[in-house]
Design a protein around this ligand. Structure first.
Ligand SMILES: Nc1nc2c(ncn2[C@@H]2O[C@H](COP(=O)(O)OP(=O)(O)O)[C@@H](O)[C@H]2O)c(=O)[nH]1
Ligand SMILES: Nc1ncnc2c1ncn2[C@@H]1O[C@H](COP(=O)(O)OP(=O)(O)O)[C@@H](O)[C@H]1O
Length: 200
């Protein structure tokens, strides 16, 4: 068990309320750390104007998504503001087995399901500097209707209560700094792994 764990890549989960900046921070992180593999989720949400199938998400119909659940093709899945979201299993398992690190950017219910299946994962909770900042960010992004904004803010109130279930909290005040903090966490976790290997 231990030997397998040491050979595997790190599973890194970045979670947090909608609009906190997960997408922004993770895409900045991917530029800084091109060695990090990114898990592309499946969703039944319709694509936004700039989104591309297979790049941002795998866009699915509800029956297609339900089939993926039935076939056990998802590590976790959740319903969020009326749509399904889930992490395809095979890509994550293959990436980890090849010794590469993988980053999952997912909401809180899904993150907790991953925690049960991958207790060795690193769970990072991204928080806004304040609730007002969160609201402003979602509004500025301009992608939500008034109802969807209200649902996202309601969900955020519950999600922010889950902080203690994570290994790390990163405040997203400035994108660059949040990114550096996550990079520091990943570096530290690699050093922890090296310690395990060398003390065997
Ligand atoms: N559980 C789960 N959540 C996901 C997955 N992919 C994305 N999400 C989350 O679903 C929520 C809604 O995503 P999206 O509709 O793209 O909106 P946005 O994150 O507010 O831009 C966000 O909190 C995402 O992090 C996934 O595979 N599983
Ligand atoms: N540190 C930050 N400071 C100010 N605005 C930010 C910051 N991080 C993200 N944003 C903005 O907040 C909005 C929501 O970010 P996004 O990455 O879409 O969030 P999420 O993926 O968590 O829903 C976007 O308009 C983004 O440009």
């Amino acid at each position: 068990m231990k030997a397998n764990y040491l050979r595997e890549g790190l599973l890194i989960v970045v979670s947090g309320p909608s609009g906190v900046g997960k997408g922004t921070v993770c895409s900045a992180l991917r530029k800084k750390m091109p060695e990090l593999t990114y898990s592309i989720s499946a969703t039944t949400r319709p694509p936004r104007e700039s989104e591309v199938d297979g790049v941002n998400y795998f866009f699915k119909t509800v029956p297609e998504f339900k089939k993926m659940i039935q076939n056990d093709e998802l590590i976790e899945w959740a319903q969020y503001v009326g749509n399904y979201y889930g992490t395809p299993r095979r890509f994550v398992e293959e990436t980890l087995a090849s010794g590469q690190d993988i980053l999952l950017e997912i909401e809180v219910q899904g993150a907790m399901q991953v925690r049960e299946k991958f207790p060795q994962g690193i769970f990072i909770f991204l928080v806004p500097p304040s609730f007002e900042d969160l609201k402003r960010r979602i509004l500025n992004r301009g992608t939500e209707t008034e109802t969807s904004l209200a649902h996202r803010l309601d969900a955020a109130t519950d999600e922010l209560k889950q902080i203690e279930r994570y290994d790390y909290v990163v405040i997203n005040d400035e994108v660059e700094q949040a990114c550096e903090r996550i990079r520091a966490i990943i570096t530290a976790e690699h050093c922890r792994k090296d310690r395990l290997i060398l003390s065997e």
